[in-house]
Design a protein around this ligand. Sequence first.
Ligand code: FAD
Length: 287
Amino acid sequence: MKISDLLAKNEITYSFEFFPPKNYSSILELGINVGQLMKLSPSFISVTYGAGGSTQDASFDLIDYIQNKIGLTTMAHYTCVNASKEKVEQDLKFLHDRNISNLMLLRGDPPKGTKDFVNKAGYFQHASDLIELAAAKSLFCIGAAGYPEKHPESVNMDNDINYLKYKVDKGAHFVVTQMFFDNNYYYNFVQKAREAGIDKPIIPGIIPIVNYKQIKKFSDMCGTQIPDELVQQLEPYQDNREKTYQIGVDYAIHQCRELLEEGVPGLHFYTLNKSRATVDIFSEIRK
Ligand code: FAD
């Protein structure tokens, strides 16, 4: 099933993102959590690629398993890191041969310890390069990343939106956003995207805060603002897991309800391979 077909039906898509587990205990944990999340009948599952140092093989193994053994619709993330044209051709064939028809095509982050993303000459430099190549095959439904608070390397929002438009013009069928906590960033971003002529669905990316220090670190890296009122609620309890969980999940429920009322095309949850928060949010927003 192509995600563009799901979106064309105007039904709200609910999707969950996982990353490949790194050791035996995290494999077990992921299995348990995928089992819990399957009960929510997700529209699709996505698996990150190379993020946080995970291996590319592990990413392909996991996506193959979820698509072909569990039987859920999947979206494979794929990046420009170490991507020569030959390798990209091989990898896309590998995915297509395994019935994986949805791709989230990305540039990837600079390797640890380096600030700038510099690929070898002749290698793919931007997500748009991958999108152009994959779109020419007419086999895949393609997602691209969007940044409601702009990509950290972009000089300004207009510039970033122009490159998003370029990705859509090259063949992206939909956009999934970076996480954000203040819905106004998403609304403004969608408005700017529409003004720039981007007419594809823009699915908001949601991350419930269940570990304040971890999410603060991610947010700082991605340039995502945590609203002051939420920081003030969370900071006194940053060493109290249960209290943090309650505040973070309540906030995410409120955020998702408001987005649904505004008519978003779907909600994409960054699960961090956990299930409890997403299950609790679902039991409230789908009442
Ligand atoms: P690009 O679209 O290439 O943009 C990168 C920067 O360059 C931006 O500032 C943009 O404005 C600018 N730019 C874009 N095109 C051009 C151009 N043609 N010329 C000049 N400048 C240009 N990372 C992983 O490693 N693995 C994952 O699985 C992963 N999944 C993600 C999923 C989502 C939904 C999101 C939002 C991010 C994900 N990331 C992942 C992180 C992503 O790789 C980083 O944010 C990366 O820094 C940028 O990726 P991009 O695809 O947006 O890059």
